[in-house]
Design a protein around this ligand. Structure first.
Ligand SMILES: [Zn+2]
Ligand SMILES: [Zn+2]
Length: 233
């Protein structure tokens, strides 16, 4: 793996940690009034959450690095001066689209009562999630998530290292933002608010809606879309 790729991954992981801490602090300490729904406590202890979140993050990083290491040139190539911005944008978008398409179906399948009980229920036990709980999932679900991203890369690769890094950055950040559970009052946060509201509906009142993580049109196409009336405008 190139130094560019490994440095990029480390920087994205550091950014994700900072973003997670910031959104958690906003929701719990600084602006609890901005929470989308008034939270009720659950029985999961902080210790259990920390073990789960740290464990899942470690598994994800190990998977990511080993797949990139062993996949090598078939997954990524070093961008040169001839690699255009459009190529990077197109590759990045394709990786995320294929990922989210597969994630839509796997998430929907995870709502089958048996899988819900054994696997996905761990995540849904948190009815009022915040950023920190974005990776509070059954380890199998964590493996499926990063596995699908890497599967998308395997199907479409090789893509430029930059395209992959941007896709990984968006994948990581969106997962944190959809669980932020707060609405921030500035137009700049419109997209973040939209994602947070969409996923809050999935955790709260309509578990059989809003399965996709990044792109809402998969839910719109398969008729599983739910939007808050006020968010439509
Ligand atoms: Zn779900
Ligand atoms: Zn969730």
């Amino acid at each position: 793996m190139s130094t560019y790729l490994s440095t990029g991954i480390i920087q994205i992981l550091i950014f994700a940690g900072v973003l997670m801490a910031l959104m958690q602090w906003l929701a719990v300490v600084k602006m609890p009034e901005a929470r989308l729904r008034k939270p009720k406590p659950n029985k999961v202890t902080l210790k259990t959450k920390v073990i789960n979140v740290v464990g899942n993050s470690a598994i994800a990083v190990i998977m990511l690095v080993s797949i990139l290491y062993f996949g090598g040139d078939s997954l990524v190539y070093a961008a040169s001066n001839e690699t255009s911005g459009m190529t990077i944008f197109g590759e990045m978008l394709a990786v995320l689209l294929v990922y989210d398409f597969m994630y839509y179906f796997s998430h929907r399948a995870m709502h089958h009562p048996k899988v819900m009980k054994q696997v996905h229920g761990v995540h849904h036990y948190i009815r009022y999630p915040t950023a920190f709980e974005s990776v509070y999932v059954h380890p199998v679900e964590g493996i499926i998530g990063i596995g699908l991203l890497m599967l998308s890369l395997t199907m479409l690769g090789p893509v430029s290292e930059t395209s992959f890094l941007v896709a990984f950055f968006i994948y990581t950040s969106v997962n944190i933002l959809v669980h932020a559970n707060i609405r921030l009052n500035h137009p700049v946060f419109k997209l973040a608010n939209y994602w947070a509201v969409r996923h809050d509906i999935h955790h709260g009142t309509q578990l059989n809606k809003n399965y996709a993580s990044i792109f809402p049109f998969f839910d719109q196409f398969f008729d599983t879309n739910a939007v808050n009336k006020e968010e439509k405008s």
